[in-house]
Design a protein around this ligand. Structure first.
Ligand code: ZN
Length: 102
């Protein structure tokens, strides 16, 4: 009997569609939550990082912020789980960033 659990496939093959698979979205949730725990200050707040994207700094801190991908999954799927590609944004700033993309 072969054990499937000891086998791990390489990551060189990526899905062709840009849709999130179920396993990916639950992985993303865990990844995002773990990052949030690391990034919180002593009061449990996350701070908007709009200035990293060239937006005027709103200086808003909140227990819950949107996690934005600087480079989108479509252009660089390999950066989807790369922390250097992620910034915390308020919903307002997040909408501004996406409005700027067009
Ligand atoms: Zn902001």
């Amino acid at each position: 009997m072969k054990s499937k659990s000891s086998f791990r496939a390489g990551t060189s093959r990526l899905p062709r569609t840009s849709k999130l698979y179920k396993s990916d979205s639950s992985k993303w949730g865990e990844f995002r939550d773990a990052k949030a725990e690391r990034d919180r200050d002593e009061e449990g707040l996350l701070y908007c990082q709009d200035y990293l994207l060239g937006l005027p700094r709103c200086n808003i801190g909140s227990p819950e912020l949107d996690c934005h991908h600087i480079v989108g999954r479509e252009s660089r799927p390999s950066l989807y789980f790369d922390e250097s590609n992620l910034v915390w944004l308020t919903r307002d700033c997040h909408e501004k960033v996406h409005a700027h993309e067009n």
